[in-house]
Design a protein around this ligand. Structure first.
Ligand code: GLN
Length: 256
């Protein structure tokens, strides 16, 4: 694929009207802005409750939401589970944040004891803690296990504790903050090109290496493994990353 040929990625956003806490919508804006700078077109397909998925997607985005919102979307999302798992197996890039990440796992058991069905794309399960237990809130700094992504920064706010199953691979290791459960030092999950994470922020505007990784994976899904992107730096995003990392080092709960 030469740089003269116009390229477009197909981005599916899941329940953007419902799952959008802490400005997770900023992840789509970051994809659009970065793709514009790279000369890549973006076709956005927003999927609401009851809508059918398109036949294909190169990138899927879902944000966070509280238990109330998760309860609204869980049955509809779980019904799309086999299609989403097939997309992931075909190399579709995905980013699922917080409440979206929880529902991309096997299930989420709420504080009321209700089990919300998940997509089963990541081998993780999430349980709300016993009443009175604190939420996991604060700035997070983590080191990604995904090659080339490096240091990650963001903000987390969740009650649910997520545990990796035997097939579950962590997305990152926590340096400051809580991550999946505040105990085992893992953060998020990864399956092929799909990433689940507790990082809000929005996460993509301040983690340019992760943003580029998702865009490249989306391009490769559409145009084949030889697709590349220009290695141009976004200095503004890098400055945002450094500033957020500094705050997380100073104020985030040390993971020791
Ligand atoms: N309801 C979930 C929890 O608190 C997710 C919260 C969120 O997406 N911010 O664990």
């Amino acid at each position: 694929m030469t740089s003269e040929m116009p390229r477009t990625i197909r981005v599916v956003t899941l329940y953007p009207e419902v799952m959008d806490v802490y400005a997770d919508r900023g992840n789509l804006l970051a994809v659009q802005a970065r793709c514009r700078a790279l000369g890549v077109g973006v076709e956005v397909i927003a999927i609401g409750l009851g809508d059918a998925l398109p036949s294909e997607a190169d990138l899927v985005l879902i944000g966070g939401g509280q238990d109330r919102e998760q309860r609204r979307i869980a049955p509809d999302l779980a019904a799309k589970g086999s299609a989403l798992r097939a997309w992931a197996d075909s190399g579709t890039a995905m980013l699922a944040v917080c409440g979206g990440f929880q529902l991309f796992g096997n299930f989420y058991r709420t504080g009321a004891g209700e089990e919300l069905p998940g997509v089963g794309l990541f081998d993780v399960t999430t349980v709300a803690p016993a009443p009175g237990m604190p939420r996991c809130i604060g700035d997070m700094l983590a080191q990604s296990e995904v090659p080339g992504v490096g240091e990650l920064v963001g903000f987390e706010n969740h009650g649910g504790r997520t545990y990796l199953g035997p097939q579950g691979q962590p997305f990152a290791r926590v340096q400051h903050g809580f991550g999946n459960n505040g105990d085992d030092g893992t953060e998020g999950a990864v399956y092929r090109e799909a990433i689940g994470t507790y990082l809000h922020g929005s996460v993509l505007p301040k983690n340019p290496a992760l943003l580029d990784r998702l865009i490249l994976a989306a391009l490769r899904h559409r145009y084949g493994a030889e697709a590349t992107i220009e290695r141009s730096r976004d200095e503004y995003a890098e400055r945002a990353h450094r500033a957020a990392a500094e705050v997380a080092r100073r104020k985030g709960r040390p993971n020791s």
